[in-house]
Design a binder for this molecule. Structure first.
Ligand SMILES: NC(=O)c1ccc[n+]([C@@H]2O[C@H](COP(=O)([O-])OP(=O)(O)OC[C@H]3O[C@@H](n4cnc5c(N)ncnc54)[C@H](OP(=O)(O)O)[C@@H]3O)[C@@H](O)[C@H]2O)c1
Length: 333
């Protein structure tokens, strides 16, 4: 079968190649999915560039891609609840062979029936951003009526998270640039802040939760806008102490991280607040809940561009530009 593979760490143009490889064999707890569509996420180019090699070192050539929508064509002996012919979607586990391929084998627990009202391309863009947002809100002890700041409302994560937050009864602040203000408002955000013209630090007050999708100085600044005892959940900022340990980072790296994290730690203590970095994990049950929200019309996929599988490397470059408006999709069939 045809698969896009990572051949080494570094420049994405030089280290991604289409190869003809063997179709994966299913283990007893896995299903084989014929891939109809997949979605690119920033993590895909970050992995090629080596940004995650301290957490997970690749053996080359290595598969790539985490989001998939397709049809089950084979099931392992121990699989119950999924059958050949099911139309499914998944954010596959980190050690799965990669979804930018004609077929991918995935542990059945990470797979769910896709929303019936969506095409494969639309469904493929939901699992990673959906699970990340849902897990961030859980971590941030979100409850109905909370005031939430979601940075980068026009991105893959932000365009999902705004809709999810509204479906759960939040008051939503979000940031975006001039060209995106109107359509981001249409996603349901209560207050859209144009970061090119306005300073959100002077607008957002007493947020219960900041969903930090930008990292850098945005992580520390989040504590200026949360209420006492509030939560900052980051997916792009510095690792918290527990997460760094769980990732298996060595003592020296954890010590350096603790020093770098000091401004965040001080800001957090001043507000008696909470800080957590999360890394999304696969969860078929959570995808069932997401399907219900989509089929009820509460969340709509936001697709920026659809690329043919043969143009996958161009899609990586576009995702890396940092200005995608929603999701970047690969169409395989
Ligand atoms: N830890 C995890 O498990 C996890 C999971 C998913 C994603 N992530 C990370 O989360 C980050 C966001 O992911 P994504 O998929 O949403 O990325 P994305 O789709 O590439 O985000 C692009 C969007 O960010 C907006 N943006 C850029 N700079 C901004 C700023 N200063 N203020 C407000 N908006 C800004 C852009 O809007 P304009 O064009 O208007 O500037 C664009 O629409 C990435 O770093 C990704 O790696 C982590």
């Amino acid at each position: 079968m045809k698969a896009l593979q990572i051949t080494g760490y570094g420049d994405i143009q030089k280290n991604l190649r289409f190869n003809a490889i063997e179709k994966p064999k299913v283990k007893s707890d896995e299903v084989l999915i014929e891939v109809y569509a997949a979605a690119i996420n920033p993590v895909d180019y970050k992995i090629v560039e080596g940004a995650l090699k301290q957490i997970r070192k690749l053996k080359f050539p290595s598969g790539t891609g985490f989001d998939v929508a397709g049809i089950v064509v084979e099931t392992g002996d121990a699989v119950t609840g999924l059958n050949i012919g099911d139309k499914v979607y998944s954010r596959v586990p980190t050690d799965a062979p990669g979804t930018f391929a004609e077929y991918v084998s995935v542990v059945a627990d990470a797979v769910s029936i896709k929303p019936a009202n969506l095409s494969f391309e639309e469904a493929a863009g939901l699992p990673l951003v959906g699970l990340t947002s849902m897990q961030a809100f859980e971590t941030g002890a979100f409850k109905k009526g909370d005031k939430v700041l979601i940075h980068a409302g026009s991105g893959g994560i932000g365009s999902f998270a705004i809709q999810y937050a509204k479906s759960q009864g939040a008051f939503v602040y979000t940031t975006t640039s001039t060209k995106n203000v109107n359509w981001v408002k249409e996603l349901g955000a209560d207050k859209v802040i144009n970061y090119k013209k306005q300073d959100y630090l002077g607008i957002v007050r007493d947020a219960d939760l900041v969903f930090d999708t930008l990292g850098g100085h945005y992580t520390e600044d989040a504590f200026k806008v949360i209420k006492e005892g509030g939560h900052v959940v980051s997916i792009a900022g510095i690792l918290d102490k527990v997460t760094a340990k769980n990732f298996g980072l060595n003592g020296i790296i954890r010590f350096i991280l603790a020093l770098k994290r000091l401004p965040v730690t001080i800001a957090m203590k001043r507000k008696s607040a909470h800080y957590k970095f999360i890394f999304v994990h696969p969860d078929g049950k959570q995808l069932d809940a997401l399907r219900d929200l989509v089929e009820a019309g509460k969340i709509k996929p936001v697709i920026d561009k659809i690329y043919d599988f043969s143009e996958a490397i161009d899609a990586y470059h576009y995702q890396k530009s940092g200005h995608a408006k929603g999701k970047v999709i690969l169409k395989m069939k």
